[in-house]
Write a protein that binds this ligand. Structure first.
Ligand code: NDP
Length: 228
Protein backbone atom coordinates (compact mmCIF):
# COMPACT_ATOMS: atom_id res chain seq x y z
CA UNK A 1 0.00 0.00 0.00
CA UNK A 2 1.36 3.41 -0.97
CA UNK A 3 1.38 5.91 1.89
CA UNK A 4 0.79 9.47 0.71
CA UNK A 5 0.66 12.83 2.49
CA UNK A 6 -0.91 15.79 0.68
CA UNK A 7 -0.58 19.16 2.36
CA UNK A 8 -3.53 21.52 1.93
CA UNK A 9 -5.90 18.76 0.86
CA UNK A 10 -9.11 19.63 2.70
CA UNK A 11 -10.37 21.41 -0.46
CA UNK A 12 -9.37 22.51 -3.96
CA UNK A 13 -6.62 20.83 -5.99
CA UNK A 14 -5.30 18.94 -2.95
CA UNK A 15 -8.71 17.46 -2.21
CA UNK A 16 -9.12 16.29 -5.81
CA UNK A 17 -5.59 14.84 -5.76
CA UNK A 18 -6.50 12.92 -2.60
CA UNK A 19 -9.65 11.60 -4.26
CA UNK A 20 -7.78 10.39 -7.34
CA UNK A 21 -4.96 8.75 -5.36
CA UNK A 22 -7.50 7.01 -3.10
CA UNK A 23 -9.11 5.59 -6.25
CA UNK A 24 -5.69 4.09 -7.05
CA UNK A 25 -5.67 2.42 -3.62
CA UNK A 26 -3.28 4.72 -1.74
CA UNK A 27 -3.45 5.35 1.99
CA UNK A 28 -3.90 9.13 1.91
CA UNK A 29 -3.25 11.59 4.71
CA UNK A 30 -4.92 14.95 4.21
CA UNK A 31 -2.90 17.65 5.96
CA UNK A 32 -4.33 21.12 6.63
CA UNK A 33 -5.02 23.62 9.39
CA UNK A 34 -8.83 23.59 9.46
CA UNK A 35 -9.54 20.36 11.32
CA UNK A 36 -13.32 20.49 10.92
CA UNK A 37 -13.07 20.78 7.16
CA UNK A 38 -10.23 18.27 7.14
CA UNK A 39 -12.11 15.63 9.13
CA UNK A 40 -15.15 16.09 6.88
CA UNK A 41 -13.06 15.78 3.74
CA UNK A 42 -11.30 12.69 5.05
CA UNK A 43 -14.59 11.04 6.04
CA UNK A 44 -16.14 11.83 2.65
CA UNK A 45 -13.21 10.30 0.78
CA UNK A 46 -12.07 7.48 3.08
CA UNK A 47 -8.79 9.29 3.78
CA UNK A 48 -7.11 10.14 7.10
CA UNK A 49 -6.74 13.66 8.43
CA UNK A 50 -3.69 15.03 10.13
CA UNK A 51 -3.62 18.63 11.36
CA UNK A 52 -0.73 20.48 9.83
CA UNK A 53 0.31 24.11 9.49
CA UNK A 54 3.21 24.38 7.05
CA UNK A 55 4.29 27.67 8.64
CA UNK A 56 4.76 26.04 12.05
CA UNK A 57 7.74 23.73 12.71
CA UNK A 58 6.18 21.97 15.70
CA UNK A 59 2.94 21.30 13.85
CA UNK A 60 4.79 19.87 10.83
CA UNK A 61 6.98 17.61 13.00
CA UNK A 62 3.98 16.39 14.99
CA UNK A 63 2.05 15.52 11.79
CA UNK A 64 4.99 13.54 10.40
CA UNK A 65 5.44 11.78 13.75
CA UNK A 66 1.78 10.70 13.60
CA UNK A 67 2.30 9.18 10.15
CA UNK A 68 5.57 7.56 11.24
CA UNK A 69 3.96 5.79 14.18
CA UNK A 70 0.95 4.65 12.13
CA UNK A 71 2.70 3.67 8.88
CA UNK A 72 6.44 3.55 9.55
CA UNK A 73 7.22 5.30 6.28
CA UNK A 74 6.07 7.82 3.67
CA UNK A 75 6.07 6.89 -0.03
CA UNK A 76 4.68 10.08 -1.58
CA UNK A 77 4.68 13.66 -0.35
CA UNK A 78 2.62 16.22 -2.25
CA UNK A 79 3.60 19.78 -1.29
CA UNK A 80 0.35 21.47 -2.24
CA UNK A 81 -0.61 23.87 0.60
CA UNK A 82 -0.67 27.44 -0.61
CA UNK A 83 -2.24 30.87 -0.27
CA UNK A 84 -2.40 33.95 -2.44
CA UNK A 85 -0.48 37.14 -1.60
CA UNK A 86 -2.67 40.22 -1.44
CA UNK A 87 -0.15 43.03 -1.47
CA UNK A 88 3.51 43.78 -2.03
CA UNK A 89 4.42 44.02 1.65
CA UNK A 90 1.36 45.56 3.23
CA UNK A 91 -1.46 43.08 2.55
CA UNK A 92 -2.42 40.80 5.44
CA UNK A 93 -1.23 37.67 3.61
CA UNK A 94 1.63 39.13 1.56
CA UNK A 95 4.59 37.86 3.58
CA UNK A 96 2.67 34.85 4.87
CA UNK A 97 2.25 33.72 1.26
CA UNK A 98 6.03 33.45 0.85
CA UNK A 99 6.36 31.66 4.19
CA UNK A 100 3.57 29.23 3.28
CA UNK A 101 4.31 28.58 -0.39
CA UNK A 102 8.12 28.55 -0.35
CA UNK A 103 9.50 28.15 3.18
CA UNK A 104 6.62 25.76 3.99
CA UNK A 105 7.94 23.36 1.36
CA UNK A 106 11.33 23.31 3.05
CA UNK A 107 9.78 22.76 6.50
CA UNK A 108 7.63 19.86 5.36
CA UNK A 109 10.24 18.28 3.09
CA UNK A 110 13.01 18.42 5.71
CA UNK A 111 10.69 16.86 8.32
CA UNK A 112 9.54 14.19 5.83
CA UNK A 113 12.99 13.13 4.56
CA UNK A 114 13.61 10.48 7.28
CA UNK A 115 10.20 8.89 6.55
CA UNK A 116 10.70 9.09 2.79
CA UNK A 117 14.06 7.35 3.26
CA UNK A 118 12.14 4.38 4.74
CA UNK A 119 10.20 3.94 1.46
CA UNK A 120 11.43 1.72 -1.37
CA UNK A 121 10.37 4.28 -4.03
CA UNK A 122 10.01 7.70 -2.42
CA UNK A 123 8.69 10.60 -4.45
CA UNK A 124 7.85 14.25 -3.84
CA UNK A 125 5.58 16.34 -6.04
CA UNK A 126 5.37 20.08 -5.50
CA UNK A 127 2.41 22.09 -6.72
CA UNK A 128 4.07 25.26 -7.98
CA UNK A 129 2.20 27.52 -10.42
CA UNK A 130 2.40 29.09 -13.84
CA UNK A 131 2.71 32.28 -11.74
CA UNK A 132 6.26 31.12 -10.97
CA UNK A 133 7.19 31.19 -14.64
CA UNK A 134 8.58 34.21 -16.43
CA UNK A 135 6.45 33.65 -19.54
CA UNK A 136 3.21 33.67 -17.57
CA UNK A 137 4.01 36.66 -15.40
CA UNK A 138 5.10 38.79 -18.36
CA UNK A 139 2.27 37.65 -20.66
CA UNK A 140 -0.02 40.66 -21.39
CA UNK A 141 -2.91 38.22 -21.73
CA UNK A 142 -2.53 37.20 -18.06
CA UNK A 143 -3.44 40.49 -16.28
CA UNK A 144 -3.99 38.62 -13.00
CA UNK A 145 -0.20 38.45 -12.53
CA UNK A 146 0.32 42.01 -11.32
CA UNK A 147 2.64 43.63 -8.79
CA UNK A 148 0.53 42.81 -5.71
CA UNK A 149 0.91 39.18 -6.70
CA UNK A 150 4.70 39.50 -6.92
CA UNK A 151 5.32 37.66 -3.66
CA UNK A 152 3.04 34.85 -4.79
CA UNK A 153 4.92 34.61 -8.08
CA UNK A 154 8.27 34.72 -6.29
CA UNK A 155 7.15 32.00 -3.88
CA UNK A 156 6.16 29.79 -6.81
CA UNK A 157 9.48 30.37 -8.63
CA UNK A 158 11.11 29.32 -5.36
CA UNK A 159 8.89 26.23 -5.19
CA UNK A 160 10.05 25.13 -8.63
CA UNK A 161 13.73 25.84 -7.93
CA UNK A 162 13.57 24.05 -4.57
CA UNK A 163 12.29 21.00 -6.45
CA UNK A 164 15.23 21.06 -8.83
CA UNK A 165 17.76 21.53 -6.02
CA UNK A 166 16.21 18.86 -3.77
CA UNK A 167 16.41 16.40 -6.67
CA UNK A 168 20.15 17.12 -6.95
CA UNK A 169 20.86 16.95 -3.24
CA UNK A 170 18.70 13.94 -2.32
CA UNK A 171 19.55 11.08 -4.68
CA UNK A 172 17.15 8.16 -4.35
CA UNK A 173 14.15 10.41 -3.81
CA UNK A 174 12.35 11.73 -6.89
CA UNK A 175 11.34 15.40 -6.81
CA UNK A 176 9.17 16.89 -9.54
CA UNK A 177 7.01 20.01 -9.74
CA UNK A 178 3.94 20.97 -11.67
CA UNK A 179 3.05 24.54 -12.61
CA UNK A 180 -0.73 24.51 -13.13
CA UNK A 181 -2.52 27.39 -14.82
CA UNK A 182 -5.44 29.18 -13.22
CA UNK A 183 -7.80 26.70 -11.62
CA UNK A 184 -11.27 27.43 -10.27
CA UNK A 185 -10.85 27.01 -6.49
CA UNK A 186 -11.35 29.27 -3.45
CA UNK A 187 -7.84 30.62 -4.10
CA UNK A 188 -8.91 32.17 -7.41
CA UNK A 189 -12.52 32.98 -6.54
CA UNK A 190 -11.80 36.66 -7.28
CA UNK A 191 -10.84 35.82 -10.90
CA UNK A 192 -13.72 33.40 -11.52
CA UNK A 193 -11.85 31.60 -14.26
CA UNK A 194 -9.80 28.50 -14.82
CA UNK A 195 -9.74 24.80 -15.39
CA UNK A 196 -11.35 22.45 -12.91
CA UNK A 197 -9.49 21.26 -9.80
CA UNK A 198 -9.98 17.69 -11.12
CA UNK A 199 -7.99 18.56 -14.25
CA UNK A 200 -5.13 20.16 -12.31
CA UNK A 201 -5.10 17.23 -9.87
CA UNK A 202 -4.69 14.80 -12.76
CA UNK A 203 -1.27 16.32 -13.58
CA UNK A 204 -0.20 16.06 -9.93
CA UNK A 205 -1.30 12.42 -9.84
CA UNK A 206 0.58 11.64 -13.04
CA UNK A 207 3.83 12.95 -11.51
CA UNK A 208 3.13 11.23 -8.18
CA UNK A 209 2.66 7.83 -9.81
CA UNK A 210 5.59 7.74 -12.25
CA UNK A 211 7.61 4.52 -12.26
CA UNK A 212 10.31 4.34 -9.59
CA UNK A 213 12.97 4.94 -12.27
CA UNK A 214 11.03 7.92 -13.68
CA UNK A 215 12.44 11.43 -14.07
CA UNK A 216 13.53 13.63 -11.20
CA UNK A 217 14.25 17.36 -10.96
CA UNK A 218 11.70 18.23 -13.64
CA UNK A 219 8.98 20.83 -13.67
CA UNK A 220 6.08 20.70 -16.05
CA UNK A 221 3.09 22.79 -16.95
CA UNK A 222 -0.42 21.40 -16.89
CA UNK A 223 0.10 19.87 -20.34
CA UNK A 224 3.20 17.96 -19.29
CA UNK A 225 5.53 20.38 -21.11
CA UNK A 226 8.59 22.12 -19.66
CA UNK A 227 7.40 25.74 -19.47
CA UNK A 228 10.72 27.61 -19.48
P1 NDP B 1 -7.49 26.29 -2.01
O1 NDP B 1 -7.59 27.60 -1.32
O2 NDP B 1 -8.73 25.63 -2.50
O3 NDP B 1 -6.72 25.25 -1.07
C1 NDP B 1 -5.57 25.61 -0.36
C2 NDP B 1 -5.27 24.53 0.66
O4 NDP B 1 -4.08 24.88 1.36
C3 NDP B 1 -6.38 24.36 1.71
O5 NDP B 1 -6.54 23.00 1.96
C4 NDP B 1 -5.81 25.07 2.94
O6 NDP B 1 -6.37 24.48 4.11
C5 NDP B 1 -4.32 24.75 2.76
N1 NDP B 1 -3.43 25.65 3.48
C6 NDP B 1 -3.30 26.99 3.38
N2 NDP B 1 -2.38 27.45 4.24
C7 NDP B 1 -1.90 26.36 4.90
C8 NDP B 1 -0.93 26.17 5.92
N3 NDP B 1 -0.27 27.20 6.48
N4 NDP B 1 -0.68 24.92 6.35
C9 NDP B 1 -1.34 23.87 5.82
N5 NDP B 1 -2.28 23.98 4.86
C10 NDP B 1 -2.55 25.21 4.42
O7 NDP B 1 -6.44 26.54 -3.19
P2 NDP B 1 -5.97 25.66 -4.43
O8 NDP B 1 -6.48 24.28 -4.36
O9 NDP B 1 -6.22 26.47 -5.63
O10 NDP B 1 -4.39 25.65 -4.18
C11 NDP B 1 -3.62 24.48 -3.96
C12 NDP B 1 -2.21 24.75 -4.48
O11 NDP B 1 -2.26 24.93 -5.89
C13 NDP B 1 -1.58 26.02 -3.91
O12 NDP B 1 -0.20 25.80 -3.66
C14 NDP B 1 -1.75 27.02 -5.04
O13 NDP B 1 -0.79 28.05 -4.98
C15 NDP B 1 -1.55 26.10 -6.23
N6 NDP B 1 -2.06 26.61 -7.51
C16 NDP B 1 -3.35 27.01 -7.61
C17 NDP B 1 -3.81 27.50 -8.80
C18 NDP B 1 -5.18 28.02 -8.96
O14 NDP B 1 -5.44 28.73 -9.96
N7 NDP B 1 -6.11 27.71 -8.07
C19 NDP B 1 -2.95 27.55 -10.01
C20 NDP B 1 -1.62 27.07 -9.78
C21 NDP B 1 -1.21 26.62 -8.57
P3 NDP B 1 -6.40 25.25 5.55
O15 NDP B 1 -6.75 26.68 5.24
O16 NDP B 1 -7.42 24.50 6.35
O17 NDP B 1 -5.04 25.09 6.11
Amino acid sequence: MTVTLITGANKGIGFETAKQLLELGHVVYIGARDAERGEKAAAALGARFVQLDVTDDASVKSALATIDSAEGRLDILVNNAGILADGVLDGPTALRAFDTNAVGIVRVTEAALPLLRKSSAPTVVTVSSSAGSFWAVTNPDRPEFNLPLALYSASKSAATMLTVQYAKSQPGIRFNAVEPGTTATDLTAAFGIGRTPEESARVVVRLATLDADGPTGTFQDENGEVPW
